[in-house]
Write a new protein. Structure first.
Length: 319
């Protein structure tokens, strides 16, 4: 099997790739500085990111589940009934596992099978953690893991490039009968966190991948070899950079001593479509539900926003 993760000797990264890598490192430096001053600076965003990731993953698998329903299931106020609900709950579990233990999880074929098995735990499915075949797939995944580890040990390799190539190769192999995309995205989160790129714990990487799905798919189809397609690398860097830009906005907001009301008003200034109260809270996780509700009511009374619908269908729109 040809090498799928090692950077070809002598290859030069284009200015476009180097620029995006440098920009990402600048954002990561800002994150590390902020967290050094306040280790809990971004913790408030983790729960919202976890739910946003599970919702995006469910959509990418061709299913849907509402945010309110998913939170109800997560609080164990109900049991998952539909395939979408069982999948989303499994995804939440594995995402949380990676969040808590990413530093101690070693990449191996057995680990990948276990993550897939955990993701399908609520389904009690017979194919959970089982390769789609017992001949080519086990060898392909074993070689892929070995070559990724070898690339990590190499002094000449760039970790992020090796991660992206692993991700693309994994999706091409598609080792399971189903949910390969979701498994690949979880592995991407794991490997990025292990290399110090923890932005996916504070901004939904799944949602970003969903938004860039078409461009990434087109870039992957154009690739003629596993080792170095520049367009694909650029698309992946763009996806990660978008997450870091959002995270930097969070940090800047926290650095500015702005009132809760001013933050909600600024939030509505940036959006055009009607939004749910949950979406507003996810964008401002440091605020309590009562605080958000009080500000929304005040803005309605002033005529700054209007309420659309009722009960679970309630939305808020800027006038």
């Amino acid at each position: 099997m040809d090498s799928v993760t090692q950077q070809p000797e002598g290859i030069a990264f284009s200015p476009a790739i180097l620029l995006k890598l440098c920009t990402i490192h600048e954002h990561r430096g800002a994150e590390q500085l902020a967290c050094a001053r306040n280790p809990e600076a971004l913790d408030a965003y983790r729960e919202a990111t976890m739910f946003q990731s599970a919702l995006a993953a469910t959509r990418m698998e061709g299913m849907t589940i509402g945010d309110t329903r998913l939170r109800c299931l997560a609080r164990e106020e109900a049991e998952p009934q539909s395939p979408a609900e069982r999948f989303a709950m499994g995804y939440l579990y594995v995402w949380g596992l990676i969040e808590q233990r990413y530093a101690s999880i070693r990449l191996s074929p057995g680990t990948i099978q276990q993550l897939h098995r955990d993701m399908l735990w609520y389904e009690k499915a017979e194919d959970a953690g089982e390769w789609k075949d017992e001949t080519e797939t086990p060898a392909a995944i074993r070689d892929l893991c070995r070559e990724y580890q070898a690339a990590k040990r190499s002094k000449d390799g760039i970790p992020m490039q090796s991660i992206f190539v692993f991700y693309r190769a994994f999706t091409a192999i598609a080792p399971f009968e189903r949910y390969n995309t979701s498994c690949a995205n979880l592995l991407l989160l794991l490997l990025l966190c292990q290399e110090g790129y923890t932005v996916g714990l504070h901004v939904s990487l799944d949602a970003a991948l969903e938004g860039n799905k078409r461009k990434l798919g087109n870039a992957a189809k154009k690739s003629k070899d596993h080792a170095g397609d520049e367009t694909y690398a650029i698309r992946m860097l763009e996806t990660l950079l978008a997450c870091y830009e959002t995270q930097t906005e969070y940090l800047q907001r926290m650095g500015q001593r702005v009132s809760n009301e001013a933050r909600i008003r600024a939030y509505f200034d940036q959006i055009e479509e009607p939004v749910t109260k949950r979406a507003i809270m996810d964008a401002n996780p440091s605020m309590s539900q009562k605080t958000v509700e009080r500000i929304l009511q005040k803005m309605q009374d002033e005529g700054a926003i209007r309420k659309i619908g009722a009960a679970r269908a309630t939305r808020y729109k800027r006038r």
